[in-house]
Design a protein around this ligand. Structure first.
Ligand code: ADP
Ligand code: MG
Length: 248
């Protein structure tokens, strides 16, 4: 279970004359690996809702959990959450600010602690994923067309290797061809992210399964190298064959 909202309500400017109830008692659960679209009229609360997914805004009431943990818990690492749950805003201009495309896409991974060189590897991969041509890497993000800006904004988030990608109106303002291209690429990305997730889960399972075996091997090695027969050794000796059996 990935993202879960329980009785989430959000009010803009509560207690003032401008009070707006954008979300009322929302219950929603998004399991891992899903590809979900949210539709609704302008002003129905879509943007408000998705900004809750990576803790950009805090619900007025209700709870949001990510992998079972309350993201507004006192000790919850919301910075880490924002790395895992990447959000691409509706207006790419809000996200682009560096002098050239490549630097812009490098910003996120560098903020995560990578060197410029390492960040460039991620940035180039991400730009390639969204079909952005290398000859335009050195252009200013503000010289680009609407579709190109969108791609760069998406690449900027992808370069941080998020587990979940949220896009606010990814096709708004694009012509039909640009819209189809972006949607095809997003579908492709989803497939890849899902493959990656499955691979990670498999690796985790293998690691977990290998752990008891590694512990047994260590115990056996220690036993072989230990010269004296001590109480601890004897305990290891006795324990090892038993736990080995379990591991197999
Ligand atoms: P959507 O993305 O579906 O168009 P929004 O989440 O942007 O909807 O808006 C939901 C409601 O909240 C609307 O009535 C909108 O006017 C209001 N709203 C959105 N952002 C703000 C804001 N920053 N301050 C005050 N009201 C807002
Ligand atoms: Mg919106």
């Amino acid at each position: 279970m990935s993202i879960e909202l329980k009785n989430v309500t959000y009010t803009y400017s509560p207690g003032t004359a401008y009070e707006i109830h954008a979300l009322k008692d929302i219950n929603l659960s998004i399991p891992d690996g899903q590809f979900i679209g949210i539709i609704g009229h302008t002003g129905s609360g879509k943007s408000t809702l998705i900004q809750h997914f990576n803790a950009l805004i805090r619900p007025t009431s209700g709870t949001i959990t990510y992998n079972g943990e309350d993201i507004w818990g006192e000790k919850y690492d919301r910075r880490a959450l924002r790395s895992e749950v990447g959000l691409v805003f509706q207006y790419p201009e809000h996200q682009l600010f560096e002098n050239d495309v490549l630097s812009d896409v490098c910003f996120g991974p560098m903020n995560q602690g990578l060197s410029r060189e390492e960040a460039e590897v991620e940035a180039k991969k991400a730009l390639q994923h969204v079909g952005f041509k290398e000859k335009n890497f050195s252009k200013s993000p503000f010289e680009l067309s609407g579709g190109q800006k969108k791609r760069v904004a998406i690449a900027g988030v992808l370069a941080m290797n998020p587990k979940i990608l949220i896009l606010d109106e990814p096709t708004a303002g694009l012509d039909p061809k640009g819209r189809d291209d972006i949607l095809d690429q997003i579908a492709e990305l989803h497939k890849e992210l899902d493959k990656l997730r499955a691979k990670e889960e498999k690796a985790k399972a293998v690691k977990a399964a290998a752990k008891p075996k590694a512990a047994v091997e260590k115990a056996v090695k220690e036993e072989k190298t230990a010269p004296k027969k001590t109480a601890a050794n004897t305990a290891t000796k006795k324990a090892a064959p038993k736990s080995k059996k379990k591991a197999e």
